[in-house]
Design a protein around this ligand. Structure first.
Ligand code: UDP
Length: 328
C-alpha cells in the first residue's frame, strides 16, 4: 500500500484530497496545525484504518518514520482575511514549510505536489493568465505575504527538482469553492452565502466590476490528482475559465438563496486583482482535464452544505473583523 502525506489536511482542499486518496486505496498521513483548518472536515475519516492524523506545524522539522511515496503540500492560510491576521505564519508555511516538505521528499524518495496559486500572477496585466506569464505582484502590499511565499515556494520546488532530482509537481490553483469552505474566512462565496443566511445585506467590494472564475472543488481535486500522477514538472493552472464579475456573482447568490436583502458597496481592498481567469490549455493538453461542474450546479451543492451549519457557526462572523482590519 502506498503512503501519502497531506499537509493542511484539515483545511478545505486538504480534507477533500484526504477523501480522494483514501478512496484510491492509499495510507493517508494527514498533517495540520489547525491554525485555520478544522478537525470537523476530517472527522468522518478519523476511524478509518488507513488514516492517521498528526497535529504538527510543518514549519517545524517533519518527523515521519517509515516509507513515504507521496507528499501534497497544501498547508497555508488561503484567504485575504488570513493574510491580514496571520501574515508571518503565511510567509513561514510557504517558505520553511515547503523547505521541510521538499527535504522530506528528497530523504524518502517521495513525489511532491506543491499547492501554488493564481495569486502568483498578482493583479494580472495579461488576460486570461497562462503559465508563461510572470505576474504583477506588489511585494509589500497586504497580499504580498501570500503571493511572495507562493512564488518562493515555486522557486525552491524547481530548485529541488533541478538540483536534487526530486519528483515535483506545481499546481496553480484558481478560485475554488465547495463544501467545507470556512463560512467566516472572508472569501467572497462564504461571505455572500453567510450574509444571505443571516439576513444581512451582501457586501460587494469596489464597484463589483472585478472578475473571478470559480471552480467547483471536485473538478479541482480531479485536476490535482491527475497532475500528481502525470510527468509534468512545469506549473499547471487548474481552475474553471467561466469568468464572472463580483457584482453579477452577488446577483446569482441572491437568486440562489432567495434573500430579500440588497447589495451594499464597500471599499475595494488594496491590490485586489481586477480580473482573473485561467488559461487551462496546458491542463487540457497534458492532463486531458477540463472542469465538468457548472456554477449553477456547484453553487446548489455548496449552498446545501452551508445550510447544514449551526446558527452558532453562522453567527461567528470574522467577516466583520475584516472591515475593522482594513481600517487599521
Ligand atoms: N469580495 C466582495 N465582498 C466580500 C468578499 C470579497 O466583493 O464580502 C470580493 C473581493 O474584493 C474580490 C473577490 O470578491 O474582488 C474575490 O475575493 P476573495 O477574497 O474570495 O478571493 P481573491 O480572489 O480576491 O483571493
Amino acid at each position: 500500500m502506498e503512503r501519502v502525506l497531506i499537509t493542511g489536511a484539515a483545511g478545505f482542499l486538504g480534507s477533500h484530497l484526504c477523501d480522494r486518496f483514501i478512496k484510491e486505496g492509499f495510507q493517508v498521513e494527514a498533517m495540520d496545525n489547525l491554525i485555520t483548518g478544522d478537525l470537523k472536515n476530517i472527522a468522518h475519516l478519523r476511524e478509518h484504518p488507513h488514516f492517521t492524523f498528526h497535529q504538527h506545524d510543518v514549519t517545524e522539522y517533519i518527523d515521519l518514520p517509515g516509507e513515504l511515496d507521496h507528499i501534497l503540500h497544501f498547508a497555508s492560510p488561503a484567504s485575504p482575511i488570513d493574510y491580514l491576521k496571520i501574515p508571518i505564519q503565511t510567509l513561514k508555511v510557504g517558505s520553511l514549510g515547503v523547505h521541510n516538505c521538499l527535504g522530506l521528499a528528497k530523504h524518502k524518495g517521495a513525489r511532491v505536489t506543491i499547492a501554488s496559486t493564481s495569486e502568483i500572477y498578482g493583479d494580472p496585466e495579461v488576460h486570461p493568465q497562462h503559465e508563461e506569464y510572470f505576474g504583477h505582484v506588489n511585494t509589500i502590499g497586504p497580499r504580498g505575504v501570500y503571493d511572495e511565499a507562493k512564488r518562493f515556494q515555486e522557486s525552491i520546488t524547481m530548485a529541488y527538482h533541478r538540483y536534487h532530482g526530486v519528483e515535483t509537481r506545481i499546481v496553480r490553483i484558481f478560485n475554488t469553492y465547495g463544501p467545507r469552505m470556512r463560512l467566516n474566512d472572508g472569501r467572497v462565496l462564504p461571505a455572500f452565502i453567510g450574509q444571505a443566511l443571516r439576513g444581512e445585506d451582501l457586501t460587494v467590494f469596489g464597484d463589483g466590476s472585478q472578475t473571478r472564475s470559480f471552480c467547483y472543488v471536485d473538478d479541482l481535486i480531479e485536476g490535482i490528482y491527475r497532475l500528481h500522477f502525470s510527468d509534468e514538472t512545469r506549473p499547471v493552472n487548474v481552475g474553471n475559465p467561466d469568468e464572472i464579475t463580483i457584482g453579477d456573482f452577488a446577483e446569482e447568490i441572491m437568486a440562489l438563496t432567495g434573500t430579500d436583502q440588497k447589495v451594499v458597496y464597500r471599499d475595494l481592498p488594496e491590490n485586489d486583482p481586477k480580473q482573473r481567469r485561467p488559461d487551462i490549455g496546458r491542463a487540457m493538453e497534458v492532463l486531458d482535464w477540463t472542469p465538468k461542474v457548472g456554477r449553477a450546479e456547484g453553487l446548489k451543492r455548496t449552498y446545501a452544505y452551508f445550510k447544514t451549519l449551526s446558527t452558532e457557526e453562522l453567527n461567528k462572523s470574522e467577516h466583520k473583523d475584516f472591515e475593522a482590519f482594513k481600517k487599521n
